[in-house]
Structure formats: structure tokens, C-alpha cells
Design a protein around this ligand. Structure first.
Ligand code: NAD
Length: 437
């Protein structure tokens, strides 16, 4: 099949590359000229393990191409995936302006029957909206179908998630159309669930909201464990061994971030309000998550004190919202680093791959240094992302560099007993705070 994937961000680039690898002739389109020029040369525009090799292989086999010419890509394709961003607008709703503009272009450039697939995460009813925009922009009568095919890949393991998904959801109001799209995914050994368009749209939001609820739930249990001196890790293990609950997403931390959970929970909440329904559980998950970052920040500030903030250096390890990605959208590190800067501290940051992203966000307000340089003469080290690199550091050396052996670990990377033996004052999540302070 000749496929166009519109939007070559985290989802579009992975989707386009994987579809090419499955043998389809794939055209990846973006409005970002610089991005397309780099991709044409095989230079990656995002950090995603395994993606570079896959792109090079498919460029060599001439199965994938990159362009900014949307009209031409539409005309040359049988199937068009919309994979543009749907960021939050000022009210927390999904901003559908990119989806709408692409739908209008599709309408204008239709030259025969095509299937248009919404892969972007879009609120229920967006399939109908895309259909009517295309219809309104057709320059001559033309048949087409609009399908919902939400994406569930995770940054950091996106290729594996795409190639080995737990399920593929196809929402179509005509079973024959759904079956055509199912053929694209037939090389993947997975369950293909065919639903109507609206149900497919809701599956994506409901799944992300449920996972966010799970994270916020264990984060509340962690708050409670800290107050009563229990271990959230033992609690979550004990809960997760129950097959009805499961271990996944029961890791306490400083809250979820990224481009999906925060925006999708808010968008679901807002979509509910639009039809007169308040999602109370989703609201609570959002509030607990916001509070988690603030709670961590407040604890750090309370322990260190602000009296001599301008002469106090704080080291930050980890800026990405999770390991194996450079994505910093809605990362808890943003709230925490900005909070420390605003309180007057000197902040030195290090992340294995997010430093370029970080510079765009924090600009001149922090120093960008390497792993060990960050802790030199620092009064505390904060760990905000659970990169493997941090699990394997020479902690004795770290202690020798720090001005004070104080660690706030937002990801529970280390064993509190061992940290005590090494002489650290070690704060972590959902465990009793050190007696020393
Ligand atoms: P992204 O911001 O990384 O990429 C979006 C791309 O679309 C950008 O390259 C942008 O330049 C391009 N674009 C914007 N307007 C365009 C237009 N008019 N024509 C062509 N290109 C245009 O976003 P993303 O993370 O890939 O997310 C895309 C969608 O997939 C969102 O709806 C998101 O919620 C959803 N999603 C994301 C993930 C994830 O982990 N990132 C997972 C599942 C679903």
C-alpha cells in the first residue's frame, strides 16, 4: 500500500518507519522544513533507541521518503495517517488546529478514494469532525473513509511497542474499511480490535487515564507510607502480586509527565464537562500528580533552607520525563528545577540525552554540566529521572564531591540501608525519611 504519514514527530516518525519496514511504500510529511531536511539525510530528529538503524535500512531500500509537500503526498497515497500533535490548549482541551488544517489539505488534494486514519490522540467526535472538514474542502465529489487508529507506543521503547503491540485498535463505521486497515497490521502477531470510531477514540483516553490513575494512586500510598514509616515498594509489590492488580504502573515517584498522560487526562476531563459529565477519578489523579511534584520540591527546600540559597548549589540528575527519551514535555523536572531557581538556588543539571531540550526550557537560569561536575561542591543531589546510568555511578566518589552528603531521590534508585552505610542522608519516595534530619 502507498501510505502517507502526516507529522513526523515521535509517533509519526516511528509509525512511518515501521510501516516502511513492514514493506509499505511510505511518505513521511512534516511542515518543519529543517526536520525533513535532516531526515532525508538519515539524521534523527528525536532520540529513540533502534530508530536510526531502521530509518537507514528503509531509506536504502527506497521504501521511505520524507517531504514537506503535503499536497503531493496526499495525491500519491491510498491511505493517509494523521499523526500531528494535539497539544493542550489554554483550557486543557486538545488543540486540534493541526488536525483540522491537515484535514482541510486532504480535502483539497483528494484525487480518488482514500482512507484517512486519525492516529493522533483526538477527543471523541473528532472522526466526524475530520470527515466533515474533508467533505467541505473537496474540489470535486470523491469518496473517502475516516478511521480511528489510536497509538499506544511508549517513547523509549517505541519500535518494540509498534512491532509487538498488546493490541491494535481500529475504529471504523464500515467493517470492510476496518478490515483493509487491519491488513496493514497483519504482519504483527497481535489482537486487532475493531470498534466503531467513537469507541476507538475513547479507548485511547480511557487507557491513558486509567494508567495515570494507577500512578497517582500509588503516589498517594507513598505519601501515606512516608507519614507512617512504611515502605511503598513493599506495599506495591504486595498489591501487584495480585493478578487482578498487576505490578505495572505501581512505581511511586515524583509524578507522571510526558506529552501524553498530563494532556490526555486533562482533555478527557474537559471533554466530559462539555457533555455535562465530571470525571471525578480523573480529576483526582491530575491533582495528586500536580501535588506530587510540589511536595517533593517543598521537602527539598524545607530540608536545605533558603537562608543562603544564592550561595547554595543543587545538582540535578535526570531531566527527561522518563528514561530512554529526550522528551521533556511536562517533565516533573521542569516544575522542580524552576522552583529551585525561583527560590534563589544555583542549579546544575545533567541528563544523558535531554540537555539540548533543557537549554530551550531553562535557558541561562541553570548550568549544563556533566554527571560528576554537577555534584561538585553541591549541597544536595536530586535524582529526577531513573536512567540506568545513575544506578551504576560511583557513589563513594559522588559523596567525596558533594559539599553535603544529601540526596533526594525522586525515583527510588538506591537502597536506603546501603545509602546510610555510605554516609548519605538519603530522602526517597514512600519510605521513612532519614532520622538524621
Ligand atoms: P510531536 O510534536 O512529536 O510531532 C508532531 C509533528 O507534527 C511535528 O513534527 C510537527 O511539526 C508536525 N506537524 C504539525 N502540524 C503539521 C501540519 N499541519 N502538517 C504536517 N505536519 C505537522 O507529537 P507526537 O508526540 O508524535 O504526538 C503526535 C500525536 O500522537 C499526538 O496526538 C499524541 O497525543 C499522540 N501520541 C503520542 C505518543 C507519544 O508517546 N509521543 C504516544 C501515543 C500517541
Amino acid at each position: 500500500m502507498r501510505i502517507a504519514v502526516i507529522g513526523t514527530g515521535y509517533v509519526g516518525l516511528v509509525t512511518g518507519t515501521c510501516l516502511a519496514d513492514l514493506g509499505n511504500e511510505t511518505i513521511c510529511v512534516d511542515i518543519d522544513e529543517e526536520k525533513i531536511q535532516k531526515l532525508k539525510k538519515g539524521i534523527l530528529t528525536i532520540y529513540e533507541p533502534g530508530l536510526e538503524d531502521l530509518i537507514h535500512r528503509n531509506i536504502e531500500k527506497k521504501r521511505i521518503s520524507f517531504t514537506t509537500d503535503l499536497a503531493d503526498a496526499i495525491k500519491r497515497s491510498d491511505v493517509i495517517f494523521i499523526a500531528v500533535g494535539t497539544p493542550p490548549d489554554k483550557d486543557g482541551k486538545a488543540d486540534l488546529s493541526a488536525v483540522k488544517s491537515v484535514a482541510a489539505e486532504i480535502g483539497k488534494n483528494m484525487n480518488g478514494y482514500k482512507i484517512v486514519i486519525n492516529k493522533s490522540t483526538v477527543p471523541v467526535g473528532s472522526g466526524d469532525m475530520v470527515r466533515s472538514i474533508i467533505q467541505d474542502n473537496l474540489s470535486f465529489p470523491c469518496n473517502f473513509d475516516v478511521v480511528s487508529n489510536p497509538e499506544f507506543l511508549r517513547e523509549g521503547s517505541a519500535i518494540d511497542d509498534f512491532m509487538h503491540p498488546d493490541r491494535v485498535v481500529i475504529g471504523a463505521n464500515d467493517i470492510k474499511v476496518a478490515e483493509k486497515i487491519a491488513q496493514i497490521y497483519s504482519p504483527l502477531e497481535t489482537e486487532i480490535l475493531i470498534t466503531d470510531v467513537k469507541s476507538a477514540e475513547i479507548i485511547k483516553y480511557a487507557s491513558n487515564a486509567f494508567l495515570a490513575v494507577k500512578i497517582s494512586f500509588i503516589n498517594e500510598i507513598a505519601n501515606f507510607c512516608e507519614l507512617v514509616g512504611a515502605s511503598v515498594e513493599d506495599v506495591s509489590k504486595g498489591m501487584g502480586l495480585d493478578k487482578r492488580i498487576g505490578q505495572a504502573f505501581l512505581k511511586a515517584g515524583i509524578g507522571y509527565g510526558g506529552s501524553c498522560f498530563p494532556k490526555d487526562t486533562n482533555a478527557l476531563y474537559e471533554t466530559g464537562l462539555e457533555v455535562g459529565y465530571e470525571f471525578k477519578i480523573v480529576r483526582a489523579a491530575i491533582d495528586v500528580n500536580e501535588n506530587k511534584k510540589i511536595r517533593f520540591l517543598e521537602k527539598v527546600i524545607k530540608v536545605i533552607g533558603t537562608a543562603d540559597a544564592k550561595n547554595t548549589k543543587i545538582a540535578i540528575w535526570g531531566l527527561a520525563f522518563k528514561p530512554n527519551t529526550d522528551d521533556m514535555r511536562e517533565a516533573p523536572s521542569i516544575v522542580i528545577v524552576n522552583g529551585l531557581v525561583n527560590a534563589g538556588f544555583k542549579v546544575s543539571v545533567y541528563d544523558p540525552v535531554s540537555m539540548e531540550q533543557a537549554k530551550k526550557i531553562f535557558k541561562e537560569t541553570v548550568s549544563y554540566v556533566d554527571l560528576y561536575e554537577s555534584v561538585k561542591d553541591a549541597s544536595a543531589l536530586l535524582i529526577l529521572t531513573d536512567w540506568n546510568e545513575f544506578k551504576q555511578t560511583d557513589l563513594k566518589y559522588v559523596k567525596s564531591l558533594l559539599k553535603k552528603p544529601l540526596i533526594f531521590d525522586g525515583r527510588n534508585l538506591y537502597n536506603p540501608e546501603e545509602m546510610k552505610k555510605l554516609g548519605f542522608i538519603y530522602y526517597s519516595i514512600g519510605r521513612k525519611d532519614p532520622d538524621t534530619i
